[in-house]
Ligand binder design. Structure first.
Ligand SMILES: [Fe+2]
Length: 490
């Protein structure tokens, strides 16, 4: 656990902290790699032609008898049996283990046709003859076992076209949740896990356009929030960029933020809408990179609502509302930064897994861990820094390497998720960073050129001359109006 005392000491204490710093697991980049494993683009199960496990098995396996197919990937989904919930997954994973199949990825979500049940997606490496033993054993402990095969004919991954499509962007990286992650501080705390599940349920039931339900936080949760809030806000005046300081103060002044009360997402969302047009929607945990980035394209930030475990107030292996509200929200209120974030999101729609990984890496080194130069000093604007007391000081010390932001280099930079970053990237201004990102994005090989229409809150495909002419006409009309007013004023 990070402590204020230990991180205030000399530089050598940073080394000590690095050694004891709990593994940071909420890495969007890792998620992007996992996306690549799961499918050829989207994790949307509807993109897989599926077959019932009992009646169809891939002929290729029959013809490959005697050949080592140990590393062939397979995707299997199933739902929980009766009311067993995550306990079903635990039992299923034991079957995978007994069949000597290496599980490489697990996701969960509420069943689409049964909101009270949960379904799971497991990606694994198969062994010869796996299909003779795995499905029938799985069926003993779970329901609706289905084998999925990749649809190689699908050239463009699915992406949301309108804001309501974000209701489908709900694929979670379940392995970081306290039910499955042995390192999670809440793993052995049944009451915490139940509380987290109860709050996460709000996100499962949420649909776009609804007000975000309010949470009555407990005394323990409020105490954790207060600890994190007061500890971090001590550092903001000297370490945060001026945009963060400005909007953090505004949130306090308008009574949305206070150390004594955990803000309600609906109130924060309304504040963001009034400042930059961004809005929040509740999310049940860590999303896949593709789903998370896609939401940004619509100026929607998927925000967790539960609070980290009280025994670990300065660290959480998964995102929680302390990280989102103290790190991300003040920055998203800034129109320039909001535009920067949205452009990363638009760039992510429909691109290959390789490009999703690169964009997630760019997101990591900017929105999560970015530094900027302001008035001759280096300041933090990344939410991962602004919500982590120890790393915030480390990033601005003379210990890590600070390099100028260059998207083509940053997109392929190896990242560190076990301890503090050895390298941080410094941008001169968000305006310059946006221009650099636009240049980078223009070189992404993408079959469709897309644009966000703020009036219809939808993604337009720029596929023919008449569509582009119409948009240019609208832009020209707006430009004419602005020029007329400008000429009157100068
Ligand atoms: Fe974050």
């Amino acid at each position: 656990m990070e402590t204020k005392k230990s991180t205030i000491q000399s530089n050598s204490s940073f080394d000590a902290m690095a050694n004891v710093y709990p593994t940071r697991k909420q890495s969007l980049i890792e998620d992007a790699h996992r996306d690549s494993v799961v499918s050829n683009g989207s994790v949307d199960l509807t993109s897989y032609p599926s077959c019932e496990s009992d009646d169809v098995f891939p002929e290729e396996y029959e013809s490959e008898k005697g050949i080592d197919v140990e590393k062939k990937k397979q995707c299997i989904t199933f739902s929980a049996k009766d009311d067993m919930g995550f306990a079903s997954l635990t039992q299923a994973l034991k079957i995978f283990e007994k069949c000597q199949m290496n599980v490489t990825h697990v996701e969960s979500r509420k069943c689409r046709n049964d909101n009270n049940n949960v379904e799971f997606l497991v990606e694994c490496e198969t062994r010869n003859g796996w299909y003779k033993v795995l499905p029938k054993n799985l069926k003993k402990v779970v329901n609706n076992v289905t084998i999925h095969r990749k649809d190689t004919s699908q050239r463009l991954p699915w992406f949301p076209r309108k804001t309501t499509d974000l209701d489908k962007c709900n694929h979670l990286m379940s392995h970081f949740e306290p039910d499955l992650d042995h390192d999670h501080p809440g793993f052995s705390d049944k009451a915490y896990r139940e509380r987290r599940t109860k709050i996460a349920d709000i996100a499962f039931k949420y649909r776009h356009g609804q007000p975000i339900p309010r949470v009555e936080y407990s005394e323990e949760e409020r105490s954790t929030w207060k600890h994190v809030y007061t500890t971090l806000s001590d550092l903001f005046p000297t370490h945060a960029c001026k945009e963060h300081i400005r909007y953090f103060k505004m949130l306090e002044k308008e009574g949305v933020y206070s150390p004594d009360r955990i803000p309600q997402l609906e109130d924060v969302s309304n504040f963001l809408k009034s400042q930059s047009g961004f809005q929040l929607r509740p999310v049940a945990g860590l999303l896949t990179a593709r789903d998370f980035l896609a939401s940004l394209a619509f100026r929607v930030f998927q925000c967790t609502q539960y609070v980290r475990h009280h025994t670990s107030p300065m660290h959480t292996p998964e995102p929680d509302c302390c990280h989102e509200l103290l790190g991300h929200v003040p920055m998203l209120a800034d129109p320039e930064f909001a535009q920067f974030s949205q452009e990363i999101g638009i760039a992510s729609l429909g691109v290959s897994d390789e490009d999703i990984t690169k964009l997630a890496t760019l997101y990591w080194f900017t929105v999560e861990f970015g530094l900027c130069r302001q008035d001759g000093q280096i300041k933090a604007y990344g939410a991962g820094l602004l919500s982590a007391y120890g790393e915030l000081q480390f990033a601005l010390s003379d210990q890590p390497e600070q390099r100028p932001f260059d998207p083509s280099k940053v997109s392929v930079q190896e990242y560190q998720d076990q301890t503090y970053q050895p390298i941080y990237y410094v941008t001169e201004s968000f305006e310059k960073a946006k221009a650099q990102m636009r240049k980078y994005v223009s070189n992404i090989n993408k079959p469709l050129q897309l644009r966000y229409n703020p009036f219809t809150q939808s993604i337009e495909v720029l596929e023919d001359i008449s569509t582009i002419r119409k948009i240019l006409g609208d832009v020209k009309n707006e430009l004419d109006t602005l020029l007329t007013v400008y000429e009157r004023l100068v």
